[in-house]
Design a protein around this ligand. Sequence first.
Ligand code: ZN
Length: 336
Amino acid sequence: MVKELGVAYYGNVFPDRAREDIEEMADHGCNSILLALSEYDWIVWKKNVLEICKIAKEYNFTVHINLWSWGGVFGGEAPSFFLHNNDDFRQVISTTGKKVPAACFNTIEFKKYLFDAIEQIAKNEFVDGFFWDEPHYYYTPQKANYFTCRCDTCQSLFKENYGKEMPETITEEILNFKEDTIKKFLKEISIKVKDIDSSKKITLCLVPPPLETGITDWDKCCAYLKNEIDVFSTDPYWLLFRKSLDYVEEYSKKTVDLAKKYNLESQLWCLAFLVPRKKEPELKEAIAIFDKYDVDSIFSWCYRGAEGMTLACRNPKEVWRVLGESYNELKAKYKL
Ligand SMILES: [Zn+2]
């Protein structure tokens, strides 16, 4: 049964204004918030951001922190101070040696940067958990004959593991290397959280195909991380890929089945940005599909249909209204 209804929230760092927004979320049936915390928000507005978490708890919301776009290896649009300041630790294209705007998460430097922030955030009593949002190697075009990352660190790691030089083109071993290293990275950051406070909930959200993240086998990924994560999640944003609601069906079933198999909770995300005009009723259908598959948690990206943003829905007010209607129906159904 659905226990959690929430939205992603960002773009405001003033606690009194956040209070008004959280009240509006509650009116729309939410009992949970995902704070999309950019590096800028955290580094420049830390005090206010933590105050917003405290306010959300006053409304009995569950508070999840999303390290939004950190290093360009988690999903989202926010810029990265790490990339700005660390040209040396970027991912590298295998055939050209060209650096791309994504940190290499196999480098100690990027991991340390994350660990420092995680350590501070995980100690906060008003934070209930962390959300690993669409972790991925730098997205390369489909059918590209090159890959990322072939930086010095990755080359050394590959040689250590396979006893030979790292190739410049995609091979079976490269695909395995990428899959193993991204999972290892996720395990390390999850263990870091749990070492500080084992009660903090960790949600892993994998983006479904057609995007290629480096993780292809979700079952093996869940098996590998089942002791470190609590919630398995995906975001089947059907309209972005010109898919029908069958796509939502397919990935809702897959996600809930895998979560159950590994004794994890399940979470599904509803598209609430870049929704074309007249497609708003499909959001209600998608949420009904999530419910049909007995998901534990439903979230939407994002608050107010991204009104005013480059990712805004064509009719954000209608999107927000439809979400509120669907959420309030589920809230009544499950007496949340
Ligand atoms: Zn690398």
